[in-house]
Design a protein around this ligand. Sequence first.
Ligand SMILES: Cc1cc2nc3c(=O)[nH]c(=O)nc-3n(C[C@H](O)[C@H](O)[C@H](O)COP(=O)(O)OP(=O)(O)OC[C@H]3O[C@@H](n4cnc5c(N)ncnc54)[C@H](O)[C@@H]3O)c2cc1C
Ligand SMILES: NC(=O)c1ccc[n+]([C@@H]2O[C@H](COP(=O)([O-])OP(=O)(O)OC[C@H]3O[C@@H](n4cnc5c(N)ncnc54)[C@H](OP(=O)(O)O)[C@@H]3O)[C@@H](O)[C@H]2O)c1
Ligand code: HEM
Ligand SMILES: Cc1cc2nc3c(=O)[nH]c(=O)nc-3n(C[C@H](O)[C@H](O)[C@H](O)COP(=O)(O)O)c2cc1C
Length: 1074
Amino acid sequence: MANGTEEIPGPTGLPFLGNIGTVDSEVPLTSFLNLADQYGPIYRLNFAGNPVVFCSSWELINELCDEKRFAKSIKSALKEVRNAVHDGLFTAKMDEPNWGIAHRVLMPAFGPLSIAGMLDEMHDIASQLAMKWARHGSSVPIMVTEDFTRLTLDTLALCAMGYRFNSFYHDEMHPFIEAMGSFLTESGSRFRRPPITSMFYRDSTHKYFEDIDLMRKTADEVLKARKENPTDRNKDLLTAMLNGTDPKTGQKMTDSSIIDNLITFLIAGHETTSGLLSFAFYQLLKHPEAYRKAQDEVDEVVGTGPVKIEHLGQLKYIAAVLRETLRHSPTISQFSVAPIQDEIIGGRYKVPKDQPIVLLLAKSQMDTTVYGKDADQFVPERMLDENFDKLNKEFPNCWKPFGNGARACIGRPFAWQEALLVTAMLLQNFNFLMDDPSYQLHIKQTLTIKPKGFYMRCSLREGLTATTLEHRLSGSEPRMDAHNAGVPVAGAAAKNGNGRPFSIYFGSNSGTCQGLANRLAQDAPSHGFAARVVDPLDAAYRDVPSNEPVAIITASYEGQPPDNAGLFVNWITSLKAHEMEKVSYAVFGCGHHDWFETFHRIPKLIDSMLDELGGNRIAQIGLSDAAKGEIFTDFETWEDEVFWPAMSEKYGIKQSAEAEAVPALSVEFSTPRTSSLRQDVREACIVDVKTLSAPGQPLKKHLEIKLPTDMAYRAGDYLVVLPLNPKQNVIRAMRRFQIPWDAHMRIRSDGRTNLPINESLSVDDVLGAYVELGQPATKRSILSLAEATKGTQVKETLQNLAGNDYAAEISAKRVSLLELLERFPEIELPFGTFLSLLPPMRVRQYSISSSPLWNPLHVTLTFSILESPSLSGTEHRYIGVASNFLANLGVGDRLHVSVRPSHTAFHLPLDAAHTPIVCIAAGTGIAPFRGFIQERAAMIGAGRSLAPCLLFFGCRDPDADELYRDDMDRWQAMGAVDMRFAYSRRADHPDAAGCKYVQHRLYHDRNDVGRLWEKGARLYVCGSRDVGEGVHQAAIKMMAGFAKEHDGQEMSEVEVEKWFQGLRNVRYATDVFD
Ligand SMILES: Cc1cc2nc3c(=O)[nH]c(=O)nc-3n(C[C@H](O)[C@H](O)[C@H](O)COP(=O)(O)OP(=O)(O)OC[C@H]3O[C@@H](n4cnc5c(N)ncnc54)[C@H](O)[C@@H]3O)c2cc1C
Ligand SMILES: NC(=O)c1ccc[n+]([C@@H]2O[C@H](COP(=O)([O-])OP(=O)(O)OC[C@H]3O[C@@H](n4cnc5c(N)ncnc54)[C@H](OP(=O)(O)O)[C@@H]3O)[C@@H](O)[C@H]2O)c1
Ligand code: HEM
Ligand SMILES: Cc1cc2nc3c(=O)[nH]c(=O)nc-3n(C[C@H](O)[C@H](O)[C@H](O)COP(=O)(O)O)c2cc1C
């Protein structure tokens, strides 16, 4: 390698167009980041003859921030922005005199005193936002970016030029904002398009210049109004521009330059800050501990009065949150420089003078050299003043969201003061929830980035009402109301009925616990109670009702709370005294014993914490193991035998005579057809289907799916699929109830239900989409069948099935309600009751078997189809709902999906060049590893060198069910993987080295694994539960051997097990499910 002779890597492009097709037109950033993963810290693209270099490591960014060698470049999209604002501050070239004049005239106006003087006006607009949210109440989802955009635009316009857009008084955004948004997007697109294609974009061009016109007219009006009505506002930016004189040249700013800069401020100052606030609230809601610390800090520093200037400097944790937010999501995700002379960068790449180089902050600020192995985690602590200073000293230019040197952001103090004030004011007065707890971050990009489709809900904090908030914001003494006087919690207020009120909270990711919470609310009236709220646990954050009983139903995920319970759990575990003395509670927990170490961790933790904090336990905790498949039965048993009797005793309420009756749904059949889907999934489309297994073998398939727009994923993530029931099962149910094929119905219900109510729906749709038909019947549902039976013999049989025979005859054989109805035709169960007894349709998860470096818009799935003789012994075969739904899809078919991230540890290491990996899979467990290796192949194809990867794979026979052998051979030839096989039914095959199962092969090749382990390898396992267990045992044996061989240490398997468990999710990650 000779200096300057190494070619900068990059994808080849098309003649004329170059790499235009390589870059996603809606979110170019995603493509730039993926290309950085693929090609490494430097790559080049060519946009219709304009070459651009992209750099993304801290080392390169640090080099490029040397202003003696590199200057801001206005050649990229900024060149197009000049169409509207010419040589305004942001877009001026270094040698344009107007930049220097405006810069020197305006610097004093951005000084600390001037900015501090703007606090009252910032407070004015922030209060408008707070009052709007207070009046909306907790049931209305807040479109976060829109309201923050209103806030930042109005703040900037008021503070900078004394102009009120009054955005909070209009439903529609001001036309200026729409014009600015489309102008910025189009500026980015125009830059990437070849000029020759401009004739195809006449309409866009026309609109582009209309937008410019509107923006300039608005700014001109502001300027004229000020000239006609001079004010005594001596601190705003417009005054500075009108009256200021450049100390160097003695010149004043021209009207045209003032208009350029007015628009520049509006553009540069509002989207950036609005994006920062939106990302910050997203991160706080995703990181409950950070949320709690930030809120505690506000309470401590500010208390209940208005936020004042002297508080802002003391909000150290919130400042760290904002810094960490801008590290993760720099709202200006890149800026450009160009060499002043021909240069060699990175010690080896030649870059000619004036060649634009993009500093890709969204990647460089994730560099593990600076931020360590957890660089991709959100950790505000690393940004606390002392740590922040240390980082910047050791790694200069490692945090650059405000740009560099002379051309760095002039508005930084303005943005910082506004962001601190608004974050503090909101946390002081509200509690927030994600509207959709499983929301995953999507990006919307113009010249800046912001979260897309991010909604939250808020409720006023304890004791506050909209009126008292108004007092508080205005600085007059707030009048506190009684506990719970605020806006009712989170939208789900139940009908009070006549019962005694109680509250139900759930922590749930995939809907089971939420379903149980609804079931409890449904059952309450017959026990003399009425559920006042049925809400996510986070809605009870700092606000657990103390004047009525509280029931909590929750799951655990990897020992952590579900997405909608993190804030609550973090909060109660931070309490020390007797804060729950007035709270009466009962907890029910769902878990899965495969998570041995953390089985039921969260429900048990909540139950014991509430007790420790002085709470009054109404009933013993109820627990259910999902592995046994009897959650609904376990819950009903707990309800009937533990919870309701305890409630009735404590509150002296007699159960109603109809306590056992299931609240039936009233059903009316009709003809019009509508349908509605209520799950958080969006429409995707099948692009390719392949059968992977040989004919006559258990079926395994491969699907390629085009994701809904802007749904992003990482290799190793899951795709959540909302399936439809197999047609055969729907037909069976309709036949049993003798419902005609084209029948429609309207469901009415007084209680809670997961079914769509008061809509006319086809029966076929409801049975196909809304309920699980194949789940085992619960004891209570069997008793309902008994109630609906006249014949004493059948009644007795059913009662036995719900009693002593339940485990052997129903649970073990997984007999469904439908099967019982078919078995006993004499049962006269109303269809409405049948519907109300069925659990709601669940989503299923599948490991994504592709990498976004292959295609960021498509995913592939690799799955086995569950279809076998029914365990119950009926003539009908057991047909797995989701696997058969997927198996029956063809190219062009639609389905509903969403991406759910897998555990952080189940992703490729950030430092792929130095961290070896060992993957172990059997059958379709290969899915996530196919994604990993496809990603590694893309990186190697782009010229990167990577640490080694071993993949152990087990199947029955290479001729029967070997998955992706051709792909794997190709990737092995590139060095992306080193494959090791085990064939359970052809162990004598030469490739299997005599090994039947994958764990045998792992142990057989343990020396190779040992070598990688010593170099810091990470181990990943995926497959069925049995495979997981087998591999675990083999790994323990292998590790005990390493300890003996390498360290001469004799360790028992128990000791190795303990040590190994400590590495779980650090160097050892499993994805093992049945
Ligand atoms: C995070 C995660 C990732 C996953 N990734 C993948 C993947 O990449 N590929 C893949 O193939 N799968 C994967 N799975 C499994 C997948 O989600 C489904 O569980 C699987 O496809 C079966 O779903 P189903 O709807 O077809 O079956 P369901 O209708 O849900 O039926 C399954 C239930 O039926 C029971 N059952 C099984 N056989 C019978 C029988 N003969 N009679 C009566 N009852 C029976 C089972 O005990 C089980 O409780 C993953 C699971 C998880 C949790
Ligand atoms: N992310 C995830 O969690 C994820 C992803 C994909 C798949 N899965 C799950 O993984 C499982 C794999 O299903 P599949 O149908 O593809 O597998 P499969 O074809 O039934 O089995 C694959 C291989 O594993 C062997 N095997 C059976 N028992 C084993 C044991 N105790 N130890 C080691 N190997 C064993 C089988 O051998 P014999 O049949 O000859 O005994 C066969 O050779 C499913 O349960 C699926 O749901 C989970
Ligand atoms: C969180 C909020 C903000 C962020 C992340 C941010 C980021 C940046 C960045 C990265 C640059 C340099 C761009 C480049 O080199 O091409 C910049 C420049 C600039 N910013 Fe900001 N900005 C923010 C808020 C503001 C505000 C509130 C204002 C106005 C009040 C403002 C006005 C400007 C101006 C005028 C420039 C050009 C400076 C020059 O080149 O002289 N910015 N900003
Ligand atoms: C990725 C994953 C991790 C899990 N981790 C745990 C755990 O640590 N402890 C536990 O008891 N159960 C664990 N479970 C099981 C769930 O808690 C259980 O399936 C529960 O019923 C889910 O409830 P929900 O549908 O309301 O989210 C896990 C399940 C999954 C899919």
